[in-house]
Design a protein around this ligand. Sequence first.
Ligand SMILES: *Cc1c(COP(=O)(O)O)cnc(C)c1O
Length: 405
Amino acid sequence: MTLTQQDAIAFDAADPLAPFRERFVIGDEPIAYLDGNSLGRLPKATAARLRDFIDHEWGARLIRGWEEKWVELPTSVGDLLGRELLGAAAGQTVIADSTSVNLYKILHAAAGVRPDRKEIVVDDTNFPTDRYLVESVAAERGLTVRWISPELVENVTPALLDSVLGPQTAIVLLSQVDYRSGTLLDLAGLTAQIQAAGAVVIWDLSHSVGVLPIDLDAAGVDFAVGCTYKYVNAGPGAPAFLYVAERHLAQARQPITGWWSVADMFAMSGDYEPAASIRKMLSGTANVLGIVSVEEGVKLLAEAGIEAIRAKSIALTEFEISLVDQWSGSSAQTLVTPRDSSLRGGHVTVRTPQARAIADHLIANGIIPDFRNPDMIRLGLSPLTTSFAEVWAAYETARSFGYSS
Ligand SMILES: *Cc1c(COP(=O)(O)O)cnc(C)c1O
């Protein structure tokens, strides 16, 4: 069956989440925004909340704001995000810093709960920040990095993990959804496998949070980190989250021991005594404007419901994949993302030798994709904001690309 523009129109008309598009600032251009998994669109509620915050909280309460409510925001919004998007009971999630900084803290904390083991496992296809930080923390703690080299699409399999897990494995760091291929890993299954070997797992949820259901507590995950400016739509540089399972809290120690991590931050005491709660993972003064934006982003996702979001995400990626198959421009293009919806997250990646030129052609025509060096085009489909009509517009424009042979 050949898909047409009429199909895109019909899918939008039947989409129960379609009204959410109006909750975001969406202008006439770009014609199609397919990079909401790098930087989500701006929710109107966030724009209004920030203006209100500036006028009535920052402008009016000044320093009093901290004790009145801002001090609690890292944990109160952490609990909200944990409950709505991570399947995490209260007291295990905070909003703070960037994903990179949180990963640094979590890697140290994780190493500290497996003090007798000497290896950290990470895959060489993982996001650069994840690989670099594993190397730094390993060097600082005298640990060895055990690299695994998964095939891009298949990603980390139980068999591959089995080949490196052993009595020396302290930590395994994995991304739930691969930032390039979009491959979705079996979080619960791999967590159980890693823990059966006596190691702890850190999940990077940057490309999965807000686009699919996650159940950290049910899976018994040890640690997790992730971004809020992708599918959570909290804005450029919005603070990230980190999760520490309650059973590890007492033992967990992190290295950026700022005054926000202590038992009584206003005591200004001489000796460092970490908080007993998840606040021990904080470091310095919270980015209040950023956390307020995270709160609005999470509220919007919660209102839509993560199951409905996942259903639309699957429908959008199915549509995109069908169009990639239908695209007659070049036989050299191949789908990188898994065809089985249970094995993929919210984006679709195509490999083609003319990726750079096609991406430029799309951009010149008002379509924003994501180019991944050297030969991949990634299409991020954000369920609350991406319409089927946008996906169609990208397809039509890509089809009009004039190949040079
Ligand atoms: C986007 C992303 C990050 C980004 O980290 P920052 O500290 O926010 O720059 C980290 N890890 C993964 C897997 C990502 O996709």
